[in-house]
Write a protein of this length. Structure first.
Length: 165
């Protein structure tokens, strides 16, 4: 598949509602077995809240949360939210990612993704006519008491598809 063609595939097409998508992703083995739970997806796909429970199974050699699980809990959401909001006239991909571990994950953590209309309007404007747009989005991963555990950055690629002839 080239970058010029993109569609939501297979069973994911059936997850048209936020509730169905949340339940499906929570049952998806990479999330299910990592202790990752999607707690909320807004009806307009502009807000998502995700948590990662700290248990013996989700802890590493020194008893803190696995760094890979912390990253995984943040991985798909910016791309999915932007794709759902911009619609089929746009190509949306993950381009790059960074994670900075700030403190040990000694407790369960969560993060919230919020996509504003202003950002969507900017992406549409910048991608007009097929221009390639690269935009960074950031999330803080924190414990319930507000302790910052990690800072995650995702770079998203957006491009308006050429009109079909």
């Amino acid at each position: 598949m080239s970058r010029g063609h993109q569609e939501i595939g297979g069973l994911k097409k059936l997850a048209t509602s936020p509730t169905t998508l949340r339940h499906g992703m929570n049952a998806w083995p990479p999330f299910l077995f990592s202790g990752i739970r999607i707690q909320h997806i807004a009806p307009d796909f502009r807000t998502v809240r995700v948590g990662l429970r700290r248990t013996p199974v989700t802890s590493n050699y020194v008893g803190t949360l696995f760094g890979g699980s912390i990253f995984s809990m943040t991985d798909p959401f910016w791309m999915m939210m932007i794709l759902r909001n911009l619609g089929p006239a746009y190509v949306v991909w993950d381009k790059a990612a960074e994670i900075e571990f700030v403190s040990p994950g000694k407790a369960s953590v969560s993060t919230t993704f919020e996509l504003t209309q202003e950002v969507l309007d900017e992406l549409r404007e910048e991608a007009r006519g097929g221009a390639k747009v690269l935009r960074w989005f950031e999330n803080d991963v924190t414990t319930a008491d507000g302790t910052l555990v990690a800072k995650v950055r995702k770079q998203i690629y957006v491009r308006e598809k050429p009109p079909r002839t």
